[in-house]
Ligand binder design. Structure first.
Ligand code: ATP
Length: 473
């Protein structure tokens, strides 16, 4: 399985999708940069999310809040006190691990070996201890189970310590008047503190939603699996404000709507799974994840949470500013309840890439290509003159001009036509448009389809409408 992930990581780098950050200095752990095709694919995914949220729903509008927020925000949200991971160090290797992950991985190993009941009771015990914040007992569990450090092979563990995941920095020019602020660990709070601003200025009536796309930062200790878990990443969150008491109906509705969105994106049903949380965060009265089967197993892509009135109420308490809404239909003031849908743009990107990556290595066929839906493919069409002379490049350039205002187009004249097709396959371009001598006579071109490699002759005049149709959902 992991060879598949390795292949995908190598492909992403080789063909301009994702590079390790500051690679010439050997990279920075859990930070990545997007290349020429990566940024197009990511932008397409973000646009798709944004448009389904804000255009298809009359009652959802967007905002773009700052990354830095008043430090009290994170007191109110609970992040200062409880956005922690329980960490444990191995005294011999000096390596640090997430204590809960060590136990979970041990349980997964037991399950694989057929000790299903043992594994189950271990995970249940872990959940109980974490809930009770009994970290001494978590350590005891690790020691008693004989869980060893993968590096040193010993079980010489320190105590378990809570480690806050927020990055902090200083504002102010001199040390004395500097004050500590945080890089936001989620975009949601920028929405909550603007709840009344947006409600009033966009004249929204409950139920309504606020959507936002933006960077978030977490000092993840267990940072691996490529862009699945990063220290700097992008979130796409939507907070939906509803009447108290109606939240669980809306929760159900958003869970179904979001699952449907993933299927519409072309993710096969059997690769998606719904995981209902048993252990709920301090702010939630219901929570679930949409999981995708990555090469390293089923993992969360998106979370849907019923956050109650926790955030708004807490901001009201800390800011001493009323966070109430007057509902004209029932003539009542209340703090709305919130359903949140939260998805990482980078995880969505990774899911999309894993789902699109096709590596055919049979006797008759050897081909690697990205089977991306044309609507999200980084490049929609490559315009390829068969030869570099006889007026074919000029004709091809005319076609580029015809399409470039509405589609991301590549013009390519170097190398044989076969090689140029291969190159477009690797970046997932759905259509190659070849211009040959015949084109000069009849204004027809050859479209070569990425997935089937079939070719057809099409009038130039039809190209725009063909692409428009293919590139929509
Ligand atoms: P996990 O359990 O994987 O750490 P989480 O439950 O902490 O995730 P949320 O706080 O619900 O995640 O964040 C919502 C979404 O943001 C996640 O579903 C995921 O897509 C994305 N996300 C969270 N942390 C990261 C990260 N470190 N790197 C990339 N994406 C992330």
């Amino acid at each position: 399985e992991n060879t598949q992930l390795k292949d995908i990581i190598a492909h992403a780098k080789e063909y301009g999708f994702v590079y390790p950050s500051s690679e010439i200095y050997d990279g920075l752990q859990a930070v990545y940069d997007y290349g020429a095709y990566g940024v197009e694919l990511k932008n397409n995914l973000k646009r798709l999310w944004w448009e389904t949220m804000t255009r298809l729903n009359e009652n959802i509008v967007g905002i773009d809040a700052a990354i830095f927020m008043h430090p009290t925000t994170w007191k109110a949200s609970g992040h200062v006190d409880s956005f922690n991971d329980p960490m444990i160090d191995n005294k011999d290797s000096k390596k640090r691990y997430r204590a809960d992950v060590l136990v979970e991985e041990h349980a997964a190993k037991l399950e694989k070996e057929g000790q299903v009941e043992k594994a189950k009771s271990l995970t249940a015990a872990l959940a109980r201890l974490l809930e009770a914040e009994d970290f001494a007992a978590v350590r005891e569990l690790i020691v008693n189970e004989g869980i060893k450090c993968p590096i040193s092979g010993t079980s010489n563990w320190t105590e378990v310590r809570q480690f806050n995941l927020m990055f902090s920095t200083q504002v102010g020019s001199v040390a004395e008047d500097a004050s500590t602020i945080y890089l936001r660990p989620e975009t949601a709070q920028g929405i909550f503190v603007n709840f009344l601003n947006v409600q009033k200025t966009a004249r929204m009536k409950v139920p309504f939603g606020i959507a936002q796309i933006g960077k978030a930062f977490r000092n993840e200790i267990v940072a691996r699996q490529f862009i699945f878990r990063m220290r700097e990443f992008e979130q796409m969150e939507m907070q939906f404000f509803v009447r108290p008491g109606s939240e669980l109906d809306w929760y159900k509705e958003w869970a179904a709507t979001r699952m449907q969105w993933h299927k519409a994106l072309g993710i096969p049903e059997e690769k998606l799974r719904r995981h209902d949380h048993e252990k709920l965060a301090h702010y939630a009265n219901a929570a679930m994840d949409i999981e995708y089967e990555f090469p390293f197993g089923f993992k969360e892509v998106e979370g849907i949470h019923s956050r109650t009135d926790f955030d708004l109420k807490s901001h009201q308490e800390y800011s001493k500013k009323k966070q109430q809404y007057f509902d004209p239909e029932i003539n009542q003031n209340y703090i709305p309840y919130v359903i949140e849908t939260s998805i990482g743009a980078d995880r969505l990107f990774l899911m999309t890439l894993c789902n699109a990556y096709v590596d055919e290595q049979s006797e008759e066929k050897q081909r690697t290509y990205l089977r991306l839906h044309p609507a999200i493919a980084p490049v929609k069409a490559a315009i390829l003159p068969l030869v570099k002379k006889d007026g074919l490049p000029e004709k091809a350039r005319e076609i580029v001009d015809l399409l470039k205002y509405d589609f991301n187009i590549i013009y390519e004249e170097a190398a044989s036509i076969g090689k140029r097709y291969t190159r477009q396959d690797l970046i997932g371009t759905p259509f190659c448009i070849a211009v040959d001598h015949q084109t000069l006579e009849d204004n027809m071109v050859t479209i070569r389809h990425r997935d089937t490699t079939e070719q057809e002759r099409v009038p130039i005049a039809e190209l725009h409408s063909r692409l428009t149709e293919a590139c929509s959902f």
